[in-house]
Design a protein around this ligand. Structure first.
Ligand SMILES: *[C@@H]1O[C@H](CO)[C@@H](O)[C@H](O)[C@H]1NC(C)=O
Ligand SMILES: *[C@@H]1O[C@H](CO)[C@@H](O)[C@H](O)[C@H]1NC(C)=O
Ligand SMILES: *[C@@H]1O[C@H](CO)[C@@H](O)[C@H](O)[C@H]1NC(C)=O
Length: 150
C-alpha cells in the first residue's frame, strides 16, 4: 500500500498549481551541476527505460520547448496528464509498463528536478544552447501563487 502511494506521488505532485519549492533542498551543494543545461536526452539517461518513451512524449506535447525543464516543471499539471497514463501500469489506471519499483525510483528524481527548476527557473540554463520557452514559463509563474518550504 505504501509502495502504491509512493508510486502515485511520483508524478501527481500538486494538481491545482502553485509554484512550489523547498528552498533548503534547492540550495544543496551539487544541484546546479546536476541540472546545468539539462536536455531531455541527458535526463532520460537517469530514468528507468520504461519511463523514457513517456518522458519524450510529454516533453514533446506539453507546450514547452523540448529541452526546457524549467517550463516542463512549472507546467507540471499539463505534463503529468501526459506522462502518468503513459508510464503507469494498468493496475494504477495507465497503459504503461513501469513497475511500482520503477516508479518508486523515478519519484525522488522527478521531485528533486522539479523542485530545482521551480526554485531557480532559468538559472541553470544561462548560456546554454537549447531553445527555451522563457516567456511562456514566466507567464505561468506570474499567474500562480508561490509556496516556499524549508
Ligand atoms: C526541504 O528539504 C530539506 C533538505 O532536503 C529537507 O530536510 C526538509 O525536510 C524539506 N522540507 C519539506 C517541508 O519538505
Ligand atoms: C501549460 O501549458 C498549456 C499548454 O500550452 C497551457 O494551456 C496551460 O495554461 C499552461 N499552464 C499551466 C499552469 O498549466
Ligand atoms: C512546481 O510548480 C508547479 C506549478 O507551477 C507545480 O505543479 C509542481 O508540483 C511543482 N513541483 C514541485 C516539485 O514542487
Amino acid at each position: 500500500m505504501q509502495t502504491i502511494t509512493l508510486a502515485l506521488a511520483a508524478f501527481s505532485a500538486i494538481a491545482n498549481a502553485a509554484l512550489t519549492y523547498n528552498i533548503t533542498q534547492a540550495t544543496q551543494p551539487g544541484e546546479f551541476q546536476k541540472y546545468h543545461c539539462l536536455t531531455t536526452d541527458e535526463w532520460n539517461k537517469r530514468l528507468p527505460a520504461c519511463v523514457v518513451p513517456c518522458q519524450i512524449k510529454a516533453n514533446q506535447q506539453d507546450g514547452c520547448a523540448y529541452d526546457d525543464f524549467a517550463c516542463h516543471s512549472v507546467n507540471y499539471s499539463v505534463f503529468s496528464e501526459i506522462i502518468e497514463p503513459c508510464a503507469f501500469p494498468p493496475s494504477l489506471g495507465g497503459h504503461g509498463t513501469c513497475s511500482l519499483e520503477d516508479l518508486g525510483r523515478v519519484r525522488p528524481l522527478v521531485q528533486d528536478m522539479g523542485n530545482w527548476f521551480n526554485a531557480t527557473l532559468y538559472t541553470a540554463y544561462a548560456g546554454c544552447p537549447q531553445e527555451l520557452s522563457i516567456l511562456k514559463t514566466l507567464g505561468i509563474v506570474a499567474r500562480e501563487r508561490t509556496v516556499i518550504t524549508h
